[in-house]
Design a protein around this ligand. Structure first.
Ligand SMILES: O=P(O)(O)OC[C@H]1O[C@H](OP(=O)(O)OP(=O)(O)O)[C@H](O)[C@@H]1O
Ligand SMILES: Nc1ncnc2[nH]cnc12
Length: 153
């Protein structure tokens, strides 16, 4: 089991992780308009990065937790089903977004979040995670979107 808790406990490690994300975005996606973070652990990294970049942060939440009008996408989990949603006015058509989460496993969660962004007519620049579990081939599921990861196992 891979986990990001030790990174959060160590301020130098959290700064280093944010530095690496920031460097990646400034180099490859300087035109980004919004960072979109996934419930729940994408919320731990996304706002730090968005603030560094001087752009907004938007939440993709598990169903039933956002106020106001929302758009949702259902998807399959390893066992069972899940659904994520975003506020209808969270992303405007044509905005350039980067998605962020702590970990890529099967890719189902990020894939559903990308579907949400497509429904909103956002321009998806790519996905970013701290940890990629390579053996689950989440990267293939997310194609044609690129996934940038800091650590691979
Ligand atoms: O690539 P996938 O197979 O979709 O798995 C990755 C997702 O699973 C974990 O979240 P979890 O569902 O445990 O929720 P949490 O972040 O709210 O704890 C992780 O934080 C990712 O969001
Ligand atoms: N932390 C984790 N380790 C392995 N598989 C996972 N799938 C979702 N989260 C995971």
């Amino acid at each position: 089991c891979r986990d990001i808790c030790p990174i959060l406990k160590d301020p130098a490690a959290l700064t280093a992780v944010t530095d690496l994300f920031e460097e990646h975005v400034r180099k490859n996606h300087p035109q980004v308009d919004l960072i979109v973070g996934l419930d729940a652990r994408g919320f731990l990294f996304g706002p730090l990065l968005a603030q560094r970049l001087g752009v907004g942060f938007v939440l993709v939440r598990k169903i039933g937790k956002l106020p106001g009008s929302t758009v949702s996408v259902a998807y399959d989990l390893e066992y069972g089903k899940a659904e994520v949603e975003v506020q209808e006015d969270g992303v405007a058509p044509g905005q350039k977004v980067l998605l962020i989460d702590d970990l890529l496993a099967t890719g189902g969660t990020l894939c559903a979040a990308c579907e949400l962004m497509k429904k909103q007519q956002a321009d998806i620049l790519g996905c970013m995670v701290v940890i990629e579990l390579k053996e689950l081939n989440g990267i293939d599921k997310l194609k044609p979107h690129q996934v940038f990861s800091l650590l691979q196992y």
